[in-house]
Design a binder for this molecule. Sequence first.
Ligand SMILES: [Zn+2]
Ligand SMILES: [Zn+2]
Ligand SMILES: [Zn+2]
Length: 86
Amino acid sequence: MKQCTHADELPHPEPEPLSDTCLECQAAGTHPIQVRLCLTCGHVGCCDSSPGRHATEHYKDSGHPIMRTFEPGEAWRWCFVDHVLV
Ligand SMILES: [Zn+2]
Ligand SMILES: [Zn+2]
Ligand SMILES: [Zn+2]
């Protein structure tokens, strides 16, 4: 099983969210199903079940490896590079 090293390199404390919803969706007029927070820069983007998939787009554009859920009551993180929960 692959070991994720990206979590060790994340900033502490985690970055302030840049917004409270997916701004790309807001601009495009689409609606996020759920949103994710980038733990490198605080970008908020929508999940892969949303039409825009902007969290994944953000990873492709920025290379920022790890996001966490931005949904109330949930607490998990996902590494885009290793495809594992961290
Ligand atoms: Zn990783
Ligand atoms: Zn979006
Ligand atoms: Zn980012």
